[in-house]
Write a protein that binds this ligand. Structure first.
Ligand code: NAD
Length: 305
């Protein structure tokens, strides 16, 4: 198979001044893409700003013969970021929503400011960038989006209620973008990466981090946003340290009780094993699946208590 290239395409990478974003930016530029290197240059918990982070990456790309331009806006200003792509390169093909910060704190001590800042950067920021790219994607009938979730969002993690809520939000956001974009050849996938960066530098030992280079997240992302991927959309992928795996929702066989006055808390309790029975799972992919399940279930004699 020949090398997957991105010539004549424009990629916007948010938070590309360091960590995973920098690795994406360097890679796409090395494969022929024009890259918008967006980074606010804030601290890991969202304080301050500086143009240095993005500038360093742009210089590195240019020194290697690639094409890149810096943008220093916060992702809250998605319009300005996408405008940078249009003004400099005339188009936008790929959006990597990657920028992120942490405000870890136990839920007991969570302040509105910690909650709001995390949701502003991750949820509102990803929305604003995708919203600004969307009309271009629809018009050209081509677009590729990667959103960035986290294991903390998928599974929960102590001290990260704000981050977990925002990160699982990226999953629902992506699922709906994938559905709305399908008609326009807009493909959206979401990753839960794990990589050594300043975000993980203080929470994992150096010997573990050594095996978690950001560069090892890049190939999956590149594969998903390449024009040769025309079918994989709405996927949720865990990726890091050389491991790549898809995740999905699994629904237990469940209990179907008669929807009348006999549907009491006690009736639920008596069916608790069935509610938790994963021996015959199903894999729902949309709200309509539940209605089908009810319709099918109502017809089954075994569904009657
Ligand atoms: P990082 O801190 O190295 O990089 C994040 C970058 O985003 C920084 O350069 C920062 O300046 C930039 N940024 C922050 N707020 C911004 C804003 N408002 N506008 C523009 N840029 C902004 O972290 P990373 O580990 O490379 O994380 C990248 C993404 O991956 C984040 O969304 C993070 O939540 C997610 N993630 C990372 C890991 C991991 O193991 N590293 C795990 C799960 C999820």
């Amino acid at each position: 198979m020949s090398e997957l290239r991105f010539d004549n395409q424009t990629v916007v990478v948010t938070g590309a001044g360091g960590g995973l974003g920098k690795a994406y930016a360097l890679f796409f530029a090395s494969r022929g893409a024009n890259v918008v290197v967006n980074d606010l240059g804030s601290s890991h918990n969202g304080q301050g700003n500086s143009s240095k982070a993005a500038d360093v990456v742009v210089s590195e790309i240019k020194a290697a013969g690639g094409k890149a331009v810096a943008n220093y806006d916060s992702v809250e200003k998605g319009d300005a970021i996408i405008d940078t792509a249009i003004k400099n390169f005339g188009r936008i093909d790929i959006l990597i929503n990657n920028a992120g910060i942490l405000r870890d704190i136990s839920f007991k001590n969570m302040k509105d400011q910690d909650w709001d800042l995390i949701n502003t950067v991750h949820t509102y920021g990803a929305y604003k960038c995708a919203r600004a790219a969307w009309p271009h994607f629809r018009k050209q009938k081509y677009g590729r989006i990667i959103n960035t979730a986290s294991a903390a969002g998928l599974f929960g993690n102590f001290g990260q209620t704000n981050y977990s809520a925002a990160k699982l939000g990226q999953v629902g956001f992506t699922e709906t973008l994938a559905k709305e974009g399908a008609k326009y050849n807009i493909i959206a996938n979401v990753i839960a990466p794990i990589a050594a960066s300043r975000m993980t530098a203080t929470i994992m030992p150096p010997e573990v981090l050594e095996n978690l280079k950001p560069e090892w997240v890049v190939p999956l992302v590149a594969y998903l946003v390449h024009s040769s991927n025309t079918t994989e959309t709405g996927g949720i992928f865990e990726v890091g340290g050389g491991h790549v795996a898809k995740l999905r929702w699994e629904r237990a066989k469940g209990a179907l009780l008669k929807a009348d006055a006999s549907l009491t808390p006690g009736a639920i309790a008596r069916k608790w094993n069935e509610v938790n029975d994963f021996s015959e799972p199903s894999y729902p992919t949309g709200p309509a699946d539940f209605i089908t399940l009810l319709e099918d279930g109502v017809k089954l004699p075994s569904a009657q208590p």
